[in-house]
Write a new protein. Structure first.
Length: 198
């Protein structure tokens, strides 16, 4: 048996309890990760028309879907979830969700764990609901901003959570912002040592 992990197999997602500092691995890597977000926008009139500026994006809620593989894995995973959630409820410390295969890291509050099985269950699926406290490496937030810019520039319908946007009489000039996001010249703001990153 090799001492080193196979570099061709991505590491599974993990929850880290930031109170006990214990890391809990998912039984297998997750199947899907979906999040909702709010856009902070500003709309104003110019000589060239009405312009909407995207000021920021904030990820709010998240849903994870995966499979435990067997009943024992599913029960153990649920018990680990409850340990973290109990510590969060008592000590008010968010957990860390890490998905190495997608370079995603979030500070999260655990809300709900749904599971169930019957005589025809083979994979033992689960669904987890989370509230996102912070996108720690800003990968998901930047991807969300790029997606929002693309939707606006293509005239595609808007997410109902978006604010300050209308589908009529708009003049969008976001090509420069889109290019900056895509080529990395627009970087996420870094935390100030000893200060707040709000």
């Amino acid at each position: 048996m090799s001492e080193f992990p196979n570099p061709n197999v991505p590491a599974v997602a993990t929850f880290t309890d930031n109170y006990s500092h214990i890391q809990y691995k998912f039984p297998f890597n997750i199947n899907s990760l979906n999040w909702n977000y709010n856009l902070n926008t500003q709309t104003y009139g110019t000589i060239g028309g009405r312009v909407t500026q995207i000021l920021s994006a904030a990820i709010t809620t998240m849903t994870i879907q995966g499979e435990a593989g067997n009943r024992g894995n599913l029960i153990q995973f649920f018990e680990n979830f409850k340990k973290i959630q109990d510590n969060q409820n008592e000590f008010k410390v968010p957990a860390t969700l890490t998905v190495p295969s997608r370079n995603l890291t979030f500070s999260v509050w655990l809300e709900n764990f749904q599971m169930g099985w019957g005589p025809d269950t083979v994979l033992y699926p689960y669904v987890i609901m989370l509230e996102v406290h912070q996108d720690l490496n800003n990968v998901a937030t930047n991807a969300t901003m790029v997606n929002a810019v693309n939707r606006i520039s293509q005239g595609i319908g808007f997410n109902p959570d978006w604010t300050g946007l209308s589908t009529t009489s708009q003049n969008y000039q976001f090509q420069d912002l889109q290019n900056a996001l895509n080529n990395g010249s627009l970087l996420p703001r870094q935390p100030v040592p000893g200060g707040s990153n709000g």
